[in-house]
Design a binder for this molecule. Structure first.
Ligand SMILES: NC(=O)c1ccc[n+]([C@@H]2O[C@H](COP(=O)([O-])OP(=O)(O)OC[C@H]3O[C@@H](n4cnc5c(N)ncnc54)[C@H](O)[C@@H]3O)[C@@H](O)[C@H]2O)c1
Length: 441
């Protein structure tokens, strides 16, 4: 099959590469000349493990190419995927559909023969119908269908998630579009990965409901962690004991500094807005959004406490600034709130991140970028573990404690055992929802 993919971001590029690996002929198109230039030179503009190798393999096989020209990408395509951004609209929390609707209009201006226009971007309920109306208005004679095909991949594990999904969700209005979608995903269907076929609205809703549910689960354990801190319980033990219950499951039960990233913050806000508009308020989701903000603010207080009430004049080493490990994505990362609070409070902040510097330099002004956690600990007053990259999971704590001016650690991902930190010579340690320690002096 010939497929066009609009948008070569985290979702569009991974989808395009994986579709071409299924054996389809894929042309990916983006408006950003810098990205297309890099892709045509064999470089991957984002950090996603394994993507470079799979991309090179399929380009080499002649099944995958990149262009700025949508007409070229759509030549003979049976399906065109819209995988552009749907960020939060300024001011009102709605998903900004400008990019999606622009792409829909552009497709309509170019298409001549039957094509299925598939929205992969996360979009509010009703958007696929809007896409259909816009295409029909722009090109009244065109034979086409729309389909909703929300994406569930996780950055950092995107290829595996795309190639071995828990399910593929496809919303369609008729058998003709369903057949095209079934043909596209046949390689997964043949390997028994389930395809859930629904109407357009249900497919759109599944994506928001799934993300809001996951954000709720994270926020629930974060709130339990706050209570654990007050009553002397250990949230790691609590998560373990809860997660073994098959009805609950152990995923998304790790307490941390509040969720961030490219999806949960904007998708929870968008769902809350959809609920308000339809007089069916999403009260749980609204509470989750508020609690998550409170949790991030509490993290600032935690760090402040560990600095004796003031950041002024302190040297703080921050390990990890991306919103999670194995990505270079900084969108809505907790670091974007915590680091400016420390810099603004007068601290010298040293930052280390295996992939975050490229994006982070512009977003975190006033910090010193370092490569080596040991050098960055030299003379520091506080070490903050903010993103649990593997590189930070087995540090020589003794060496770090010796190098620091005041060996204090805030482990906001609960990576280290309290006993190990103490034995290494740290004099104060705090984490999330677990008893820490603090020795005077
Ligand atoms: N990032 C994730 O982990 C993830 C996971 C699941 C779903 N999603 C959803 O997928 C969608 C895309 O997310 P992303 O993170 O890949 O976005 P992104 O911002 O990384 O990429 C979007 C790309 O689309 C391009 N673009 C915009 N308008 C265009 C047009 N008219 N023609 C050609 N190119 C155009 C931009 O230049 C950009 O490269 C969003 O709706 C998001 O919610 C994202």
């Amino acid at each position: 099959m010939r497929i066009a993919v609009i948008g070569t971001g985290y979702v569009g590029l991974v989808s395009g590469v994986c579709f071409s690996d299924f054996g389809h002929e894929v042309v990916c198109v983006d408006k950003d000349p810098r990205k297309v230039e890099m892709l045509n030179a064999g470089e991957v503009p984002i950090y996603e493990p394994g993507l470079d190798v799979l991309m090179a393999k399929n380009v080499e096989a002649g099944r995958l190419s990149f262009t700025l020209d949508l007409a070229e990408a759509m030549e003979g395509a049976e399906a065109v995927f819209i995988a552009v951004g749907t960020p939060t609209r300024r001011g009102d929390g709605h998903a900004d559909l400008t990019y999606v609707m622009t792409a829909a209009r552009e497709i309509a201006q170019i298409a001549k023969d039957y094509v299925v226009i598939v929205t992969k971007s996360t979009v509010p309920v009703g958007t696929n119908r809007r896409v259909r109306d816009v295409v029909a208005e722009t090109n009244p004679g065109l034979d086409f269908d729309v389909a909703s095909n929300p994406e569930f991949l996780r950055e950092g594990a995107a290829i595996d998630d795309f190639m071995k999904p828990d399910r593929v969700v496809v919303g369609v209005e008729n058998d003709r579009a369903q057949k095209v979608m079934a043909d596209i995903y046949r390689p997964l269907y043949l390997r028994d990965f389930p395809i859930v076929t629904t109407d357009l609205e249900s497919a759109e809703m599944i994506k928001y409901a799934a993300n809001a549910f996951l954000a709720t689960k994270i926020t629930f354990i974060n709130e339990i962690a706050s209570l654990c801190e007050k009553v002397g319980a250990n949230v790691k033990e609590v998560s373990k004991g809860m997660g073994m219950d098959g009805r609950i499951g152990n995923k998304f039960l790790h307490a941390g500094p509040g969720y961030g990233g490219s999806c949960f913050p904007k998708d929870t806000k968008a769902l809350a807005r959809i609920g308000q508009e339809h007089a069916a308020p999403m009260m749980i989701t609204e509470a989750v959004i508020k609690i998550n903000e409170d949790i991030k603010r509490r993290m600032v207080d935690k760090l402040l406490d560990m600095c004796g009430g003031s950041f002024n004049g302190k040297t703080i080493s921050v390990l990890g600034v991306t919103f999670k490990p194995n990505t270079d994505d900084m969108r809505d990362a907790p670091s974007l709130m915590l680091v400016p609070a420390m810099v603004g409070g007068g601290a010298t902040v040293r930052v280390i991140d295996p992939q975050g510097r490229h994006e982070g330099e512009a977003l975190l002004p006033g910090v010193e970028w370092h490569e080596d956690p040991y050098a960055a600990s030299e003379g520091a007053n506080l070490l903050v573990l903010l993103t649990e990259w593997n590189e930070f999971r087995a540090l020589d704590l003794e060496r770090i404690a010796k190098a620091m001016a005041t060996p204090h650690m805030a482990d906001l991902r609960n990576v280290y055992a309290v006993s190990d930190v103490k034995a290494a010579g740290f004099r104060a340690y705090d984490s999330i929802g677990r008893p820490g320690f603090s020795e005077a002096g």
